[in-house]
Write a protein that binds this ligand. Sequence first.
Ligand code: SF4
Length: 378
Amino acid sequence: MAYSFELGPIRPPSEAYSLLIRATINCPWNRCKFCSIYKERRFQLRPVEEIKQDIRIAKLMQDKIKGLSWKSGYGGRIKEIAGKVFNNPLNEASRNVALWLYAGGDSVFLQDANSLIMRTNELAEVIRFLKEIFPSIKRITSYARSKTVAKKKLEELIELHEAGLSRIHIGLESGYDPLLQYMDKGVTAAEHIIGGRKVVESGISLCEYVILGLGGRQMWQEHAIETARVLNEIDPDFIRVRTLTVNNKMPLHNEIENGNFIRATDEEILDEEKLLIEHLECHSNYISDHITNLLQEIEGELPQDKGKMLAVIDRFQTLPLEERANFKVGKRVGIYSNLDDLYDLHRHQVVEQVIYKLGQGSNQVDEKIIYTLMEGFV
Ligand code: SF4
């Protein structure tokens, strides 16, 4: 097991149990104001042979774990040995393989930020090789930029789908052009639509990510309404929302410091999410699988669950002021996960104590402290 392979810094939450194969390194755009993941890091394409070598090493790791299972008397059952390797890995690559096998070994995620920037024939070759080495894989997914997929021919996306690419994750972030421009996203709403529709037409499943709060106080309404319009035009399989977080490596941090961008509060962001959902007319699965979202229970199939999703927001908004404050702090420190948790007396009292400490004796907590608590999780 003295082998290793390249690993990138992130993957979507839904790919937490996927085998991670780094098809490219870092982000070829790397200019978005709200993103710090790849800042100061140079983008690199990787030679196909190098990526294949990583896949071969992952296969060796899988074979080793299988062999250990037989030797240890588990009769080839992988889960037990995978769990042991996960807890005591030789390196991060072996930990990833162990976690992947522990969870069933079904899916692969191609890192980093935009694998679709590879030549289509080379990416298809990597995907076919993955399926040849791991025939039991059921799902292969990747991040991509709208602009990149918009530039691909439909036939190229169909080629990737036929090779085995199951899903593309795209950071839509917003559908409002002035906001996309301000954030230096490097894509227009029209390009989001062209790229997204092409993915849907190719048969590849599409997941679009939206950042709640990205419009701040200045552009929240346009952000919500135009994002809904763009999503309605694309009609992706999944819409995943996450809430804006800011750290001091992001260019947006300076914009906030110099007063050009005013962050929306948790409650203002809920108004924005309400407006977004009200305007959605697509047939997507709306998922709130990110810890940064205040009300993660706002989930459902559109359009039929729209009323149910809006009712969650109403439920929060009609709570007394003190209960809303209690929930916001409880969620941000990880004591609550959903609104029902407010009725757990013990947890409620713990949150009251936290508020007392944070508020230095008062029962009010400053929004800046709430941002800091939220960002402590990310
Ligand atoms: S394209 Fe994605 S990874 Fe690249 S800078 Fe923008 S948000 Fe970050």
